[in-house]
Write a protein that binds this ligand. Structure first.
Ligand code: SAH
Length: 214
């Protein structure tokens, strides 16, 4: 792999993640290993490990490294899970998840983004990720239920199909709020009981779809 960025990635972990409370050794290791610069435009490669989000195609964004790590940590993955992600975008978050679970299913509604992310997954030989074009607010019923679900776009509410497709004892993270500001919510399913906890304030692009913004 063409990877001149290993040292910069170590520094990202030391300076941006550990001081802000990312402590899971598996999460830190995944953040150290996935080459984030593969997921951005060539012109942005030198800024790929900065402490900020970056633009990708179609007016979308790849989240700041800390947010990727915090959302990943919230899912408390142990390695055996099947995980659903909504909003593939660049593919970076799916790639991080794929290092920490057995299988990632990811759904994107914009074709050029889907095509680009699939190319990078192949290039990096991340073969435990499958991606499809669809409205992810409907989930991906065929492969459910999922041990964990992550939504990487902000919606007005938690889409019902995602709660339905979450396994018992499963965890879901999603930014919920208006189109400017959301709160990251962690949903845990215990039988018929759904427990929702607020984590932190975040800003994501819109979750557009039947159970999102129209
Ligand atoms: N996880 C991505 C973040 C991309 S930004 C990454 O690591 O790069 C959020 C993405 O969600 C955008 O690509 C946007 O097109 C997508 N999105 C928005 N609404 C969606 C929906 N209903 N279904 C699937 N993808 C959606």
């Amino acid at each position: 792999m063409d990877d001149r960025f290993g040292t910069i990635r170590d520094r990202m972990v030391q300076e941006q993640l550990i001081p802000r409370g990312i402590s899971g050794t598996n999460v830190l290791e995944a953040m150290r290993s996935v080459p984030r610069h593969f997921f951005v435009d060539d012109a942005l490669r030198s800024r790929a490990y900065g402490d900020f989000p970056l633009p990708i195609a179609s007016g979308q964004t790849i989240s700041q490294p800390y947010i990727v790590a915090a959302m990943t940590q919230a899912l408390a993955l142990t390695g055996s899970e099947r995980v659903l992600e909504i909003g593939t975008g660049s593919g970076y978050q799916a790639a991080v998840l794929s290092r920490l679970c057995s299988q990632v299913y990811t759904v994107e509604r914009i074709n050029v983004l889907l095509a680009g992310s699939r190319r990078v997954f192949d290039q990096l030989r991340y073969f435990n990720i499958v991606a499809k074009l669809d409205d992810g607010t409907l989930g991906w019923a065929e492969h459910g239920p999922y041990d964990a679900i992550m939504v990487t776009a902000g919606g007005p509410e938690i889409p019902r199909p995602l709660i339905d497709q979450l396994a018992d004892q499963g965890r879901l993270v999603i930014p919920v709020g208006d189109q400017n500001l959301q709160v990251l919510q962690l949903v845990e399913k215990n039988g018929d009981e759904i427990v929702v906890r607020d984590l932190e304030r975040v800003r994501f692009v819109d979750l557009v779809g039947e159970h999102g913004w129209k």
